[in-house]
Design a protein around this ligand. Structure first.
Ligand code: SF4
Ligand code: SF4
Length: 132
């Protein structure tokens, strides 16, 4: 059994929570966040979420995700895409994705040859949902 720790150790720099866009949320994310915060779907939307075209995202405040405050306020219920970051399947498709993510996330192991990194990541993804 391979663990995400073979490819990544979060440095808690908060860089992935910055910016004016956030990840898109799916139905399961909305359910978990609502339960964790004790909010109805309507309350969750009005306080924390926004629509961006067909997708639902988190609002941003002062250039970062509304849940970021020296860490993630909804860590246990954070969106699946946040939990998976930075071990994104797009890394397997193109080495330039690996380079870009390595540049933006200081926790990702950048010392492994790309092919070896991909072999381990592929195995991790086969094991099931990644939670970093
Ligand atoms: S996942 Fe990467 S970018 Fe995000 S806080 Fe951890 S080390 Fe920083
Ligand atoms: S939900 Fe948490 S982990 Fe995801 S972007 Fe917002 S603060 Fe960061």
């Amino acid at each position: 059994m391979i663990s995400p720790g073979e490819l990544f150790t979060c440095q808690r720099c908060g860089s992935c929570c910055q910016g004016e866009t956030t990840v898109s949320l799916d139905e399961d994310d909305l359910r978990r966040m609502g339960e964790a915060l004790g909010l109805s779907r309507e309350e969750l939307f009005s306080r924390y979420l926004r629509r961006n075209g067909a997708s639902v995202q988190m609002k941003t405040v002062d250039g970062h995700c509304i849940f970021y405050q020296q860490g993630c306020l909804v860590h246990r219920a954070r969106p699946r895409r946040c939990a998976q970051w930075p071990l994104h399947p797009a890394i397997l498709k193109d080495e330039s994705n690996y380079s870009a993510i390595t540049t933006s996330c200081p926790g990702l192991r950048g010392d492994l040859p790309y092919e070896r990194f991909c072999r381990i990541l592929d195995e991790l993804l086969r094991q099931g949902d990644i939670v970093c």
